[in-house]
Design a protein around this ligand. Structure first.
Ligand code: GLA
Length: 380
């Protein structure tokens, strides 16, 4: 006679395995929802975990559209979380430097916290004196977004937010839609769209802090970086572009060949001094519209590789120069200076005041559309 308990145990085991793994022994792709915390007014915040059939996992909160974790394997197949952040909502609500967040209405700085559009001057919060940084004091990183799951073979999460006319000083009701999805080749794809009912300026990005060795696992100075840019936009002492597009040749900004981040990060160079390391926008070499390779970063120890593809004209390399170990992140880990790097795809900082830069203006009837892929793999 058959052992009933054994059959039952076997069925149970199959059910448990079957819920996480597909028929070919691959993990099932999908979306899982869980509670992340509550806003001060009681609004619940959720965490959406997207998994692809390769086992890559990305968790996103509808507060700030924050990418809370990105779990990808290293060379040995060992999974690790490669972005800085917190275990719960409280961490994100406290003062912190935009970990993983969606940035808007204008990513990076607008000089002297003002710009003119159609002859009208708009004043913005000078939250990075004398400039306005990352959309002002209550940017898109501090808003609750409306979330919709997108099921299917490429699990996705749609986040929408209506930024009302005059919010943080910007004109026009701006309808913003951001879709995060996971591709089968291990990319986190971010698609941004926006429409307005008045002329305005828009520059959306994501502010993930990467450490390919795993968050909380030392500094990023040995990470090797390639940036597909012949020119960068030099800055003044307040980190506002001067308007020049300067050749990278012979400067610490020449990343056309893979170079460890630490090699020239403290070079005797005025631009490096202004940024306290790297905090600069690169002018991407583009051959036409569509997604093109902007940067590739390799961690020689873990073997993890991050490639950034984008439709945007620029990318900000920021090497966590303002991190100082005062923040306790996931699992109580400390994040010291330069323990992460950011590659923020974007239009150039201060474009609204720089007519020679690609325009960031959006008019009624037009649709702002940009896409960025963060693709992960491993090197031998
Ligand atoms: C961007 C800026 C940096 C810094 C960080 C957040 O990358 O360019 O100067 O403000 O955001 O700390």
């Amino acid at each position: 006679m058959r052992c009933l308990t054994c059959t039952y145990s076997l069925l149970l085991a199959l059910a448990v395995v079957g819920s996480a793994w597909g028929a070919e022994g691959k993990p099932n792709s999908g979306i899982k929802r869980s509670t992340f915390g509550k806003m001060a007014d009681g609004k619940p915040i959720e965490l959406f975990t997207l998994t692809n059939s390769q086992g890559m996992r990305v968790a996103i909160a509808n507060y700030g559209g924050v990418v809370v974790s990105i779990v990808v394997p290293d060379r040995e197949g060992k999974p690790g979380d490669v972005v800085l952040g917190f275990d719960n909502l409280e961490g994100y609500l406290a003062k912190q430097p935009y970990f993983g967040a969606l940035i808007g209405r204008y990513g990076n700085r607008i000089g002297n916290a003002r710009f003119k559009l159609d002859g009208v001057e708009y004043k913005l919060p000078a939250n990075n004196s004398p400039n306005s940084l990352h959309g002002g004091t209550q940017g898109f990183d501090k808003r609750v977004w409306t979330a919709h799951e997108i099921p299917g073979p490429h699990p996705g999460l749609q986040l929408t937010y209506l930024s009302p006319d005059g919010e943080e000083g910007y004109p026009g009701n701006l309808h913003v839609k951001v879709v995060y999805s996971l591709t089968e080749d291990n990319a986190l794809r971010i698609e941004y769209t926006a429409t307005t009912d008045k002329d305005t300026v828009v520059n959306l990005t994501n502010h993930s802090y990467f450490n390919l060795a795993g968050e909380g696992n030392g500094d990023i100075l040995k990470h090797e970086v390639m940036i597909n840019a012949d020119r960068f936009t030099p800055i003044d002492s307040t980190l506002i572009p001067t308007g020049e597009l300067r050749k990278v040749d012979g400067t610490p900004f020449d990343f056309r060949k893979p170079t460890p981040l630490g090699t020239r990060i403290d070079a005797d160079n005025e631009q490096i001094k202004f940024g306290k390391g790297y905090d600069h926008n690169f002018v991407l070499n583009r051959t036409g519209p569509g997604l093109s390779l902007a940067a590739r970063v390799t961690d020689p120890v873990s073997g993890r590789v991050l490639e950034v593809f984008t439709t945007q004209p620029g990318i900000q390399l920021y090497t966590g120069n303002f991190l100082d170990g005062s923040i306790r992140g996931k699992g109580g880990k400390v994040y010291p200076r330069r323990s992460a790097f950011c590659l923020e795809t974007q239009h150039f900082p201060d474009s609204p005041n720089k007519p020679s830069f690609p325009s960031t203006e959006l008019k009624p009837g037009e649709t702002y559309r940009e896409t960025t892929d963060y693709r992960f793999s491993v090197s031998k």
